[in-house]
Design a protein around this ligand. Sequence first.
Ligand SMILES: *Cc1c(COP(=O)(O)O)cnc(C)c1O
Length: 458
Amino acid sequence: MGGRDATADGLSAALRALPSVERLAAALDAPHALAVAAARAAIEERRAALRHGQAGDGSDIAELARGKLAAAQAPSLRRVINAAGVIVHTNLGRAPLAAAAREAVAAAAEGYSNLELDLASGERGSRQAHVEELLRELTGAQAALVVNNGAGAVLLAAAALAAGRGLVVSRGQLVEIGGAFRIPDVVGQSGARLVEVGTTNRTRRSDYERALAALAPGEQRVILRVHASNFRTLGFTEEVAIEELCALGVPVIDDVGSGRLDDDLAALADEPSVRRSVAAGAALVCFSGDKLLGGPQAGLLVGRAESVARARAHPLARALRIDKLSLAALEATLRLYRDPARARRELPVLAMLDATGEELAGRAERLRGGLAEAGVASEVHEAVARVGGGALPLLELRGPAVALDPAAMGAEELARRLRLGDPPVVARIERGRVLLDPRTMTDDDAEGARAGVVAALR
Ligand SMILES: *Cc1c(COP(=O)(O)O)cnc(C)c1O
């Protein structure tokens, strides 16, 4: 009994000894409301700890409050190190930008720009003018339009060309691209009527022909082809090539997903070529700016002049308008493609795909050596990286990775500590080990990952 009273007395004394919110806040160098919130959070945490019998660990409550304040003042959206080896990682912001694109964004952000001003005439211009000529040149299309993302490009294409009409899609292409982007839902939102043809694994030219022949007099139809970006059907399968679809005599919208502008890069061979679809005569070809193109989030539409004009005139075009920072990054990215060798060197996504075994081995070995110097044992062994972001699902990028043994802590806990570091490091777990993949890291990132591992194991 007596012991219990002594504990209770000790608790109330410890609670009484806590400073008031106002006094603790006054000791913090921050705007009043932020300081009060941090002080209150620190006091509440300490009070709860005391009540749970964790009598003062001796640490200073002002220190606890300063920690809360720092956390509240830190930006939420932060640079992280991608050690996961997934090149187009949707959760990590997809494509990192080339230096030229980053500089273009900074310049456009810093001051005013000729976003919608024709400098020669002094009259109002179109923001599309900054990229349309480049896109025509790079794809061979008659005209081009850019909007704020790939999903928006598909929605706009369907609304502009097929609202009130039948939109013919193969059952093998009624796909979900990720999150809430499902082709049947997008078609529904566009005002088009979905006309399904073929089966999940096989759709033939005759299936499309039948659907087109079943038209009521005066009714018009449009074909939508959707690239199976994030999966493959294997075995007894059949699809109709874009050239054959375009030969059926109705407008074709081709959603190529990531697509590719570089037709000679071997690693991209399984992605549909934008130039090929344009040459086949597609009315509109839709693709993303921030997948394997390696630019900012954007949706690109290229194709026939008349179809692009309809998309441009549709009210959704205004709602889906691209912003000036993305446009600046997109223009700079597209300019790099004028020199394919330069694009492969300077666009991070292409450079990662194209990285040599020697380059990767060098970075992995330096990382292993740096860890060893800090007393952390690791091993370099062969692993498989992925493209991610809903592109090239079967492509295995073999290369070295640095494997850490998490010991008693376990791989999940080590990976969690790495994510909570500064900067956060996102690693990959394979067979109970934590892997750091040099493919998606720069040399500076690898140094950051080394420091992150040392801190996480401390
Ligand atoms: C990724 C993708 C989209 C959506 O593009 P976002 O840029 O993510 O909006 C649409 N269609 C296909 C086939 C895709 O792969």
